[in-house]
Design a protein around this ligand. Structure first.
Ligand code: GTP
Ligand code: MG
Length: 275
């Protein structure tokens, strides 16, 4: 069984629990290619009374039809949810308006209690690579946080000050419980888990099965055949390497190159939502 929950993630989760009383708003960033698998409802128990904004990122890569159905899963009336592309500056205003709306309610409550805060504090959390730092850069119109298309870019917590609000960037956390291996494969495809933890062949077989089941046409587009049988998946790998002319010396096929090509192809694929 693959170890999905490395030690530093346990530490990050502990830090969230430690800070929760300070925080006025939680912003949870989820990937629209796996919005359900990239959330663990155990978080509901960490701060049940705090306002939460779910920002579902990477809408430009997702399957919009499926997203419309998934929207119904997030129907808790105390939460807000926005689906958007964080690379597009046009979405900045929309997200800000939602944050302001949530904080206005909180401000009213606190004024009643005689509290006056100079700035509200929001903690941005989510699985690795979901777009937390990109969201902070979008909101702060700066490059104050480092981003990159691989998990584990942000290593520690960092406060970013805006006019009315302080945003806390956090390292991506993976949740301690995975209901099944399938969730792990989905998180590998969307780049939330490091590939080093699983042999390439195992990833290839499972990702091929997943794509065959969810998006068979995406395989046909690259002249491969959808199947969930391992012998047939192997024949398709041979075909892929032949088509792409992935050959080592002595006319031997470079199967590793074929599997890596497939891995990158999945990473950049558009129109997919695996939940
Ligand atoms: N296409 C697309 N890419 C996005 C979007 N949001 C973020 N990205 C990309 O996703 C990658 C990860 O973004 P980060 O902001 O570094 O993610 P993070 O959640 O801070 O990741 P960690 O710090 O590793 O936990 C980067 O390459 C971003 O450019 C989006 O809405 N659409
Ligand atoms: Mg980050």
């Amino acid at each position: 069984m693959v170890q999905w929950f490395p030690g530093h993630m346990a530490k990050a989760l502990k830090k969230i629990k430690e800070k929760k009383t300070l925080i006025d708003l939680f912003i949870v960033v989820l990937d629209a290619r796996a919005p359900i698998s990239s959330y663990n409802s155990e978080f509901d128990l960490i701060a049940p009374n705090k306002p939460r904004l779910f920002v579902v990122s990477k809408l430009d890569l997702a399957d919009e039809k499926k997203i419309n159905k998934i929207k119904n899963n997030f129907n808790n009336k105390n939460d807000s949810i926005i689906f958007c592309n964080l690379i597009n500056n046009k979405n900045r205003k929309k997200i800000f308006l939602e944050i302001k709306k949530l904080l206005k309610i909180k401000r009213k409550k606190e004024l009643k209690l005689g509290l006056l805060k100079p700035r509200f504090k929001a903690m941005v959390i989510g699985v690795p690579n979901s777009g937390k730092s990109t969201l902070i850069n979008l909101l702060s119109k700066s490059y104050s946080t480092k981003t990159g298309n691989t998990p584990g870019i942000t290593k520690g917590q960092q406060w970013i000050n805006l006019n009315e609000i302080k945003l806390l960037d956090t390292p991506g956390i993976l949740w301690p419980k995975f209901e099944n291996q399938l969730i792990g494969i989905k998180l590998l495809i969307i780049g939330s888990i490091k590939h080093e933890i699983i042999p390439l062949q195992e990833f290839f077989n499972n990702a091929y099965k997943l794509l065959s089941k969810y998006y068979p046409n995406k395989l046909k587009e690259i002249k491969l055949f959808p199947t969930e049988k391992e012998e047939e998946i192997y024949s398709n790998l041979i075909k892929l390497c032949n088509d792409k002319k992935f050959i080592i010396k002595n006319n031997q096929l470079d199967l590793n190159k074929g599997m890596n090509w497939f891995k990158n192809h999945l990473k950049n694929m558009k129109g997919v939502t695996y939940d």
